[in-house]
Every structure is written in structure tokens, then in C-alpha cells.
Design a binder for this molecule. Structure first.
Ligand code: FMN
Length: 181
């Protein structure tokens, strides 16, 4: 599988870090792109330098990445965590960076685009932008962990969201306790 992981400057860099590690373990052909803010937040929240992560790293400001053209076939793009700024730009077709152009390509080619927004509280414009993107075909998987599996660590809590992302990518990998009545 060829997957793009785009990281933006919302809080929750650990979601991106664990997804990247998980996809790498599963031998996915992995492209990574991070905004300038994302690099800083990844460093601050996780102490991780994205340059040292597995996968091929692309610069958000340089328009050089294979997935920027619909003629190159990719399976999915995940924007995680997705800031409201990036989400708004994607919703309005403002393709001014590798991340926003990439998302635009996945939408126009009807390929899987998963957005993992993280913000609280939200206002009307956030909701309208998410509604627009859902109508255009994006999967919105908010970074809202669940608790019914009784997560015992931050990693286990984060993995409750990761498991849902992997479900939408049709991949396994995280032992998740599925809710049963
Ligand atoms: C410490 C910090 C935490 C932030 N957390 C969030 C967040 O959780 N959600 C969000 O939408 N924006 C958040 N922001 C704001 C974004 O970083 C900001 O809107 C930025 O312009 C997004 O740019 P990008 O989407 O290109 O990374 C945060 C900013 C800082 C400095």
C-alpha cells in the first residue's frame, strides 16, 4: 500500500508518531509531510525529530512530491493531527502547500482521505468546514479517544483512535478491544 501521512500543527503529535511507526512495521510504502508548526509541536510534545522517522519525508513548502499529481496512484492520505487551519484550507480548495494540494488531489481523484482533527471547543466555521469535507468524500476521524477498553497508559488511549484510523485504511495491527453489548 502507498500511504501519505501529513502532520500539521495541532496538539496530538503522538497520534502521528504512533501511526507512522505502525505503518512502517506493516511495510507500507510511506510518504510523510509535515508543516513547520507540526515539526515544532512534534519536538515539544514527543521529543521526536521527524527527519529521523521512517518513510520518505517531503517538505511542505516545496512542491516536489509524487502524490501531488493525480497521475501517480496512491491508496490513502491521513492528515493527523489535522489543525483547523489546514482543515479550513482543504475545505476551501486552497492548495498552497504540499499538504493542502495533496489532500485536494486525493479528493478530486476520489481516493481515501482521512482527516483527524483536534480542537476544542469548536465553532460554527469548524463544523461547516468538516461538513463540507465529509460531503466531498473525506473520512473525518476526530482525535477523540474512547475509554471502554480501559486504557492504562497514554499510548493505549492514543491507540483507541489509531485503531479506528487503521480500520478505515483496512489494515490491522493494533490489538483493539471492540465494544460488545
Ligand atoms: C502549542 C500549540 C498547540 C496548538 N494546538 C492546536 C490544536 O489542537 N488544534 C488546532 O486546530 N490548532 C492548534 N494550534 C494552532 C495551529 O498550530 C495553527 O493554526 C497553525 O497555523 C496551523 O498550521 P498548520 O496547519 O500549517 O500546521 C496550536 C498551536 C500551538 C502553538
Amino acid at each position: 500500500m502507498k500511504i501519505v501521512v501529513a502532520v500539521t500543527g495541532a496538539s496530538g503529535a503522538i497520534y502521528a508518531k504512533r501511526l507512522i511507526d505502525q505503518l512502517h512495521q506493516q511495510k507500507v510504502d510511506l510518504s510523510i509531510v509535515a508543516s513547520t508548526n507540526a515539526r515544532q509541536i512534534m519536538q515539544e510534545e514527543c521529543g521526536v525529530d521527524l527527519n529521523k522517522c521512517p518513510g520518505t519525508l517531503f517538505d511542505d513548502k516545496k512542491f516536489v512530491a509524487p502524490f501531488l499529481s493525480g497521475s501517480n496512484i496512491f491508496d490513502a492520505m491521513v492528515v493527523v493531527p489535522c489543525s483547523m487551519g489546514t482543515l479550513g484550507r482543504i475545505a476551501h480548495g486552497i492548495s498552497d502547500s504540499v499538504i493542502t494540494r495533496g489532500a485536494d488531489v486525493f479528493l478530486k481523484e476520489k481516493r481515501k482521505l482521512i482527516l483527524v482533527p483536534r480542537e476544542t471547543p469548536m465553532h460554527l466555521i469548524h463544523f461547516e468546514n468538516m461538513a463540507k469535507l465529509a460531503q466531498a468524500g473525506a473520512d473525518i476521524i476526530p482525535a477523540m479517544p474512547s475509554f471502554y477498553s480501559k486504557p492504562a497508559s497514554i499510548e493505549e488511549l492514543v491507540d483507541t483512535v489509531l485503531a479506528r484510523i487503521l480500520d478505515h485504511l483496512k489494515l490491522n495491527g493494533i490489538e483493539q478491544r471492540r465494544w460488545k453489548p
